[in-house]
Design a protein around this ligand. Sequence first.
Ligand code: HEM
Length: 414
Amino acid sequence: MAAREQPVEQLNVGDPEFWQEGPPLELFARMRAECPVHWSGPPGPQDMPGFWSVTRAKDIEAVSRDWKTYSSQRTGIDNLDNKVITELDNKTFIAMDPPRHDRFKTLFLERFTPSRIAADEPWIRGIVDTVFSRIEGRETVDLVEEVAQPIVSRVIHGMCGIPEEEDAKWAAYMNRYMAREDPGYNPGGLDEYVNEFVPFLVREATKMIEPRRRADAGPNPGTEDLISVMVNGEVEGAPLTDEEIAMTILLVLSAGNDSTKSTYVSAMKALMEHPDQLQLLVDDPSLIPSAVEEALRMFPPFTSFCRTATRDVELGGKLVRENEKVAMWYSSGNRDESRYENPDVFDVRRNPEHQAFGGGGRHFCLGAALARLELRLMIEGTLKRYPGIRLAGETSRASSYSLNQYTAMPVRLR
Ligand code: HEM
């Protein structure tokens, strides 16, 4: 029986059939209407036991804001039940609960305030200019590899004191780290990923700690790059362990290398597919910040993050039992028809609120101000130079339940 004819309760959100073209938006619309808190499986993605899906914006907020009932720590925030990965993830604050989460995150807050990030604008604009100068005179380019990736990599690596010569290497590592389920990035499957690749990455990240312990050494001696902040910082009166620092390096590098790139590329695709919307931004660039929010709403780079129930709890009329996993599908909440008129219409003037940076609460995205600034400068930089930009061939996507990401997008610049 076709999925469309089956009761939605019987469908498994983890069924790869739904994910061929990216997040299953049609299925999410049905779930919001017919079964907004929904049980899938088993199996879930990558053989995890069953899991709950939360699809309406208000339920996502309820889960996201109640860390006592819905823990980030218990089995991590991933859609995967793997002890090795959870134990490693628990070394960094995205997969911790308060109070340690809050104390750990505090190390970084100052560097990511909107005013501190605003001061980075000239520096980031310079990076955008440099990357565009490399493709000057070209007719066609790949928007992912030749525009988005080098910009976001230089920004986050610059903030971490990683030299430019290492940008491509770390970008490749992070693409593989994030696209765990994609056989193109991880041909050896989950076993190789967990037992070889991730330990290798932890060793690579650990190598960046020692030079920063010596005041006169390291790639950026004397500067407070984000890695040095951790090396010199304390949480709850004690220095961080090497493993905690290494896993947080991977968290920051993966967030910085991945998410903004994905939303920029999806935003550009939507603009190229809707030339009227593109023209609005060319004619009035002051609309770009609103377009950024609309792109974040429609194309959140992370489809979901998960929580684990710490007790039996009622949610949307369903009984969620202790230790069951709950996925908050931002890709669905951001199209909730009770919040948005014509949610599937891309409207650069909408300037919406959304859940791309999470459903609120303690884990709200650390990098939100940075991501917004990067997105604005990247879209501005592109449209200023290439107002006639258009798609020029087949795109490809990462195969993933948690990423919403193009891996290639050929475009004609003029
Ligand atoms: C379009 C860009 C981005 C989007 C949509 C995004 C989305 C998110 C989301 C949804 C969360 C919440 C996770 C949860 O509730 O479990 C999060 C957390 C986080 N993000 Fe972002 N992110 C973006 C860019 C960045 C950037 C550029 C950085 C750079 C450092 C960053 C660093 C982090 C960190 C460290 C956390 C963990 C916060 C915590 O647990 O308290 N993000 N992000």
